[in-house]
Design a protein around this ligand. Structure first.
Ligand SMILES: Cc1cc2nc3c(=O)[nH]c(=O)nc-3n(C[C@H](O)[C@H](O)[C@H](O)COP(=O)(O)OP(=O)(O)OC[C@H]3O[C@@H](n4cnc5c(N)ncnc54)[C@H](O)[C@@H]3O)c2cc1C
Length: 510
């Protein structure tokens, strides 16, 4: 049937399915950074600044982000963090904690502790650490009864997912995902219809698998990932006539025909003193183009059923586990913003100034609101229909909806208290050239030597002004989905009835 979907004029890559079947090697758990970096050196097709990248681990603007993530993977082996961010599975293999199926409230709290630890390593500035996707894969692999509703010939979608879970977990794979189709027409997109000129869709079906053609919007960490999950959106709803656009699958980044078109890197090669964040945490975003890409059936998890796809993230509770990871990460990031602003205030003596303290207190209050929501969600963890414990959705959904507004406000406050000091930022080299004396003299503050002041404000600059920092704010606004649609979904599931009943009761009083 789906053969009919082949578009005239498109040369479908007739790929021998046996060459590209899903990897089946089962590893033994967490990898080292070295193993991760070696894994990135393959035939992946990555485009950056007008050229095809030969090796992402050596590409200026990408290499240092990859090294940073490699360093984080190494920390999983370090006794200081190991027991917080990993667990030992039934085979005795040590795996990443986000893969652990939570069977109690304590497990949920332990997962939260691991997310928070991962986020603290970058102070939330490397947003797409692998635990985000791991949490989602764990949830989907637990929801076998949901995936088993999918029907297509002999395909066993639930089994495909549990196999993928084991593969990703036991090999400590770094995953990215892409959920959103590009749109050419807002009205069409708003009605849930996709445009086959640009949106990813199935063009051909064979006994071995499906072929897909088109593009998907952003995959953060895409060029630095091992595998990509291509799933339906968490919030955008496909309409019923969107069968060719309805699927979920995962494939290696190095799959033939898969191309990634990166934005310009924000890591411009500066020293860690000059660019404390962008020199370390460039995670890269890329639009993903699929040129008749073959996906073996073993890697397909949903297919041809828009209504099932629409429910996927909610029905499996993947969205709740992802929100949990997000809330923990945002707490680490908000705490970092408080610390940075307090350091700035202390350096200049403005920690005695009423106005400055009031502004920073606003950031503190947002931080404590995130912490309280997270605590509330974890303490009210409960069992779901798949036998997993999940945090209570309401509080972390509130956090997810509020942080996209909180973070830009935090950046605004940093700009307000930083003001011209965000521009008074000589470079590291100016401390050793003929300007050194002037820089030592004129950049001091009441409570900070020049070098400390410049270092602090270069950090603030990287948060509040730089390309890296501006992209962070955009990320917070949008990475989980369009804010208007997330708010609309929040409204729909909010428990409103008792509140409305009270209005009725008041109006009914004599
Ligand atoms: C830095 C960054 C990283 C990202 N990383 C990833 C990733 O790794 N994987 C991934 O899948 N996606 C990623 N995204 C994409 C993200 O999911 C989308 O940006 C988000 O869903 C919004 O979609 P859009 O960008 O097409 O904006 P649009 O949908 O065009 O929205 C633009 C504006 O219109 C509003 N709007 C949209 N639809 C409606 C409507 N029906 N009614 C009223 N208002 C509406 C939105 O709220 C928004 O304000 C990333 C985005 C950014 C900015």
């Amino acid at each position: 049937m789906m053969d009919d979907l082949s578009q005239a004029g498109i040369a479908v890559n007739e790929i021998d399915a046996t060459e590209h079947s899903a990897p089946s090697d089962i590893g033994t758990g967490i990898r080292t950074g070295k193993q991760y970096l070696e894994g990135l050196r393959d035939d992946r097709e990555i485009w950056h600044r007008g050229k095809r990248v030969k090796d992402v681990t050596a590409e200026p603007g990408m290499a240092r982000g990859a090294e940073t993530l490699g360093g984080f993977l190494d920390r999983q082996h370090d006794a200081k963090w190991r027991d917080t961010v990993t667990y030992v599975d039934e085979d005795g293999d040590r795996c990443a904690m986000a893969y652990k199926k939570p069977k109690s409230k304590e497990d949920v709290i332990a997962r939260g502790r691991a997310y928070y630890e991962w986020a603290k390593w970058s102070n939330g500035m490397f947003g797409r650490t692998p635990d985000y996707k791991n949490a989602s894969v764990m949830a989907f692999a637990s929801a076998t009864s949901f995936l088993a509703q999918g029907t297509k010939g002999n395909a066993d979608f639930a089994k495909n997912m549990t196999n993928f879970y084991d593969y990703a977990r036991k090999n400590d794979k770094v995953l990215t995902h892409t959920l959103v189709n590009p749109a050419v027409n807002f009205q069409q997109a708003a009605s849930g219809k996709f445009n086959e000129k640009v949106a990813l869709h199935v063009t051909k079906e064979t006994d071995a698998g499906i072929y897909v053609n088109g593009a998907r919007l952003l995959a953060t960490l895409g060029p630095l990932s091992d595998e990509i999950e291509v799933f339906p959106s968490t919030v955008l709803r496909a309409s019923e006539d969107n069968i060719p656009f309805a699927f979920a699958f995962a494939i290696p980044i190095a799959t033939p025909g898969l191309k990634m078109m990166c934005r310009d890197s924000y890591d411009h090669g500066e020293s860690t003193f000059d660019a404390p964040l962008s020199s370390r945490y460039e995670e890269m975003d890329a639009v993903v183009i699929f040129e008749n890409v073959f996906v073996p059936w073993e890697r397909v998890f949903m297919y041809g059923q828009p209504e099932l796809c629409n429910q996927a993230f909610n029905a499996t509770n993947a969205v709740v586990h992802m929100m949990h990871q997000v809330a923990c990460g945002k707490l680490a990031k908000a705490e970092f913003m408080v610390g940075l602003m307090c350091k700035i205030a202390a350096a200049s003596g403005r920690d005695k100034d009423l106005h400055t303290k009031g502004l920073i207190a606003e950031v503190m209050q947002m931080t404590e609101a995130v912490r309280a929501m997270l605590y509330s969600a974890e303490q009210q963890a409960h069992e779901d229909e798949f036998g997993n414990f999940i945090p209570l959705r309401g509080p972390i959904d509130t956090s997810r909806n509020m942080f996209p507004k909180m973070y830009p406000r935090m950046v605004e406050i940093l700009q307000l208290i930083g003001s011209s000091s965000l521009m008074a930022t000589p470079s590291e080299a100016d401390f050793s050239n003929e300007m050194a004396g002037d820089v030592e003299q004129y950049f001091q503050l009441a409570n900070a030597e020049s070098r400390d002041r410049v270092g602090l404000f270069r950090l603030a600059h990287d948060v509040a002004i730089s390309g890296f920092g501006t992209r962070q704010a955009l990320y917070e606004r949008f990475f989980f989905g369009p804010p208007a649609l997330m708010a609309s979904a929040y409204y729909d599931i909010y428990d409103k009835d008792d509140k409305m009943d009270r209005i009725d009761a008041l109006l009914a009083q004599d």
